[in-house]
Design a protein around this ligand. Structure first.
Ligand SMILES: *Cc1c(COP(=O)(O)O)cnc(C)c1O
Length: 417
């Protein structure tokens, strides 16, 4: 039990705990089968119903279903008229897609460092990054904790910039009494396989302005004129034409079949993850070699609990973060790293000219962060296995002269009442 699996010992659990394993219920399975038998598996009535439900949930005037958050961000940049010669400001502590879409429209990504506590874009540095070429800001609600949207909105308004929120982690997030999705002109959500709400692949763009919605509704399906999907429905062929060369970014009814029921269970799943989160907080509170997440709900602001990230304290551990993660993997615990800062990726180093040292806070996080499994599909023994494995690995790799502070016995995870 005490020899690490990576050194030949017995792993904490016999089977691998997949990071981001979704909770798929019979409702999703029945709905997918119903769609398969219906004769129509493309974009159609179920995707439209999913958009309506999602707009209601996020309190957004409009929601457009698409095939990824990446597509949603790309469409938003097009609607914001961002193009060659323009600059878009974003955080470097994000998935590469957030920055890639800026280059897709021919613009230049301008990175800003993050706040150590929230891991979100450091608003105090935001204004220094603005130039006459800046057109938009893409804040990312890291792990599900909202950015300081009041300050970002105020800066954007003063400089005439469009705010496009990357809410890939933040479907359930509230910010000062407002639902994320209803705050900025554009908000992009991801329904990727590991996200809180999944359609295997998929995304949603919520939009507050009618004209932008009308244009993007067409742009996400080849730029065809209105309701082009109806060409296959009763009533027969309707003439349609391209009004603008658009993209093939639509969702399908097969994906929406998952989304409809994932959305209906979203709040219940959040409660489960809140309980797992609290259990991790308790279990790791007195483990000196790691730090637990530093942000907590307030009366009007809610964390979506997408990622539970530990920060390893390098001075207290005699291993690298990657060794720590590999040791957890050998114990059959899947983990994630969120994120390697984008400015350190090769293409950005070579084409944007960024380098190590540019954004020290994001780099320190990127070097020491470990995301633990946090999914409503986990049961009590899964949670206890994660805690046992983290403590086992931490104890083995304690730096010389450091005292192990975490009790070795796992805390007991309390199942929802
Ligand atoms: C997952 C993710 C994306 C991309 O989402 P897709 O739906 O896979 O395109 C974008 N931004 C962040 C922060 C993400 O975590």
């Amino acid at each position: 039990m005490h020899t690490l699996a990576i050194e030949g010992g017995r792993p904490v659990r016999p089977d691998f705990l997949v990071f981001g394993r979704p909770l798929i219920g019979e409702d999703e399975i029945d709905e997918v089968v119903d769609t398969l038998r219906s004769g129509w598996i493309g974009f159609g009535p179920k995707a439209i119903r999913f958009e309506e439900d999602f707009a209601a949930y996020t309190q957004a005037p409009y929601a457009l279903s698409v095939n990824s958050a990446t597509a949603a961000l790309h469409l938003a940049l097009i609607a914001a008229n961002v193009g060659p010669g323009d600059e878009v400001i974003t955080t470097t502590l994000t998935f590469c897609a957030t920055a890639n879409v800026i280059t897709h429209v021919g613009a230049r990504p301008v990175f800003v460092d993050v706040d150590e506590r929230t891991q979100n874009i450091d608003v105090s540095q935001l204004e220094h990054a603005i130039t006459p070429r800046t057109k938009a800001i893409i804040p990312v609600h890291m792990c599900g904790w909202p950015c300081d949207m009041d300050a970002i909105g105020e800066i954007a308004a003063r400089h005439g910039l469009t705010v496009i929120e990357d809410a890939a982690h933040a479907a359930e997030t509230w910010y000062r009494g407002k639902k994320v999705g209803s705050i900025s002109p554009f908000t992009a959500f991801s329904f990727y396989a590991t996200k809180n709400l999944t359609t295997s692949e998929g995304g949603m763009l919520t939009i507050t302005r009618e004209a932008a919605h009308a244009r993007l509704k067409s742009m996400r399906l080849h730029g065809l004129d209105k309701d082009a999907w109806k060409r296959y429905s009763p009533g027969g062929f309707l003439p349609y034409e391209t009004t603008e060369p658009g993209y093939k970014y639509n969702m399908t009814d097969l994906q929406a079949s998952l989304g409809l029921h994932q959305l209906a269970r979203l709040e219940r799943n959040l409660i489960t993850r809140q309980q797992i989160w609290a259990c991790y907080d308790t279990a790791f509170a007195n483990l000196d070699c790691v730090n637990t997440p530093a942000v907590h709900d307030t009366a009007d602001t809610r964390h979506a609990r997408h990622l539970y990230t530990l920060r390893l304290r390098p001075e207290a551990l005699a291993c690298s973060r990657n060794e720590f993660v590999q040791a957890l993997g050998a114990e059959n615990i899947g983990t994630g790293i969120h994120f390697i800062p984008v400015h350190l990726h090769r293409w950005y180093r070579e084409h944007v000219g960024t380098k190590r040292g540019d954004f020290p806070v994001a780099e320190a996080i990127g070097d020491t962060t470990v995301s633990l499994p946090l999914s409503a599909s986990m049961d009590e023994s899964d949670v206890n296995d994660v805690i046992t494995a983290v403590k086992k690995v931490a104890k083995r790799y304690l730096a010389a002269g450091t005292v192990f502070t975490g009790a070795e016995e796992p805390q007991t995870y309390k199942e929802a009442a």
